[in-house]
Ligand binder design. Sequence first.
Ligand SMILES: Cc1cc2nc3c(=O)[nH]c(=O)nc-3n(C[C@H](O)[C@H](O)[C@H](O)COP(=O)(O)OP(=O)(O)OC[C@H]3O[C@@H](n4cnc5c(N)ncnc54)[C@H](O)[C@@H]3O)c2cc1C
Length: 415
Amino acid sequence: MADVIRRDPRIERIARNRLHPQHAAVTAVGDVRGPTGLLRKNPHAVGFIGPNGIKRIDRSTKGSANVLMRRTGQQAATQTLELPLHTVETPDYLIAVVVDLAAGRLSGHDKDVLGQAHQLMAELDGQGAILAIAFGESRDVDFGAAGADRVLHLSDYTGYCPEQKLAVLEAIEAEHVIRFWLFPDSVQGGADLGRRLSARLDIRAATHAWQVDANTTLCRGGRDRIDWQRSTPRLILLAEECAMPISDSRHEARPIAVPVIESRLTLIEDLGPVDVDPSQIALGEAEFIVSAGNGVRDWDQFHEVARALGATEGASRVAVDDGNMPRFRQVGATGTWVTARVYIAVGISGAIQHLQGIGQCDKVIAINMDPGCDMVKRADLSVIGDSQAILAELLNLLGADEQASLAATEARHVA
Ligand SMILES: Cc1cc2nc3c(=O)[nH]c(=O)nc-3n(C[C@H](O)[C@H](O)[C@H](O)COP(=O)(O)OP(=O)(O)OC[C@H]3O[C@@H](n4cnc5c(N)ncnc54)[C@H](O)[C@@H]3O)c2cc1C
């Protein structure tokens, strides 16, 4: 009896009526049960309508395909959707994707490149598999969900060590049949490593490629004003959004053996990261931005929070026009387009011109009084309330944290 499918006519009625107040909540589950009882994918549930009326795909984790949100009244329960598992026993060839794994996570760019690898594989004969190669520590990365059939993860390759990484890639090239080498063309590592490998393998790589099939590749250059077409080489450095990430299948991410690496003379020594003043980092390059809008009440407090967090300051146009922030801090269509991994918007409403500038940010946190504003809709996490009170609490927490770590250091010294 447990597997008898029970239909709910009320839910079905709400799902058909786009004007019903609960329509969005009901269809947000992504799949709808059809009249025959079959589960059907609802294409309208993919993405969301942005403030300018254009449909956008949400790449934050809350929109990922394997998390299903069902909302009933005030309650929200999370349930994992089992996507079909794709397995390849003995692949004829591999497509190698060397991911950046910046800060231990797969970036949107990494996932786009894995998506591109699948597109290429669909065009090739024989049975292939996608090999994800990652260096450095990872934080709960699900390579299988991102589309990797095989994984080589070398967590002890930390810091800047391109010669050692290159030796691993060369060993893989020697041990496996690699049909394509794909890298994100990014400053996080892919651009450098990809070019080094292309020189070593003597392949004229395609760089900043954004439209790729097995025969032809379109690359962008000339400050993004020129496209040129060429035949697809075996080594490709890909631009962001070259392909859609994998969202409708799971891959087994089976680890492969670490290749045998010849010992090699290393000429580069990494002396570790250099402390930089966050206020000196150009907005376009900043990884962590705290940005102020018209909802900031205490400007000294805002600057103190930015300092305590070690974040680079940004601003909305209103904050700049009112003289509270310098012009070069403006984020948005007529300011700087930022690519921060974390963007905290304090008292910013989320006008379309501002949202355009933060389109590439990974995680957005909104601090705002208005739960219905567009910034809160865009954000991955929102704190609703008065900015002054919230920033004061944040400063308290940061102060408490600092004291605790000082006490711990002192205790270690005494011991
Ligand atoms: C051609 C053109 C180009 C533009 N380019 C840009 C651009 O590049 N960048 C840009 O940012 N804008 C740009 N704008 C302006 C844009 O349209 C908005 O006017 C601007 O972004 C709004 O700034 P804001 O969100 O800080 O202010 P507001 O729209 O006034 O929003 C203030 C927000 O703060 C919240 N708030 C108020 N009090 C508090 C409190 N005490 N605590 C917490 N929250 C509070 C409010 O709920 C509101 O959401 C442009 C406009 C035009 C016409």
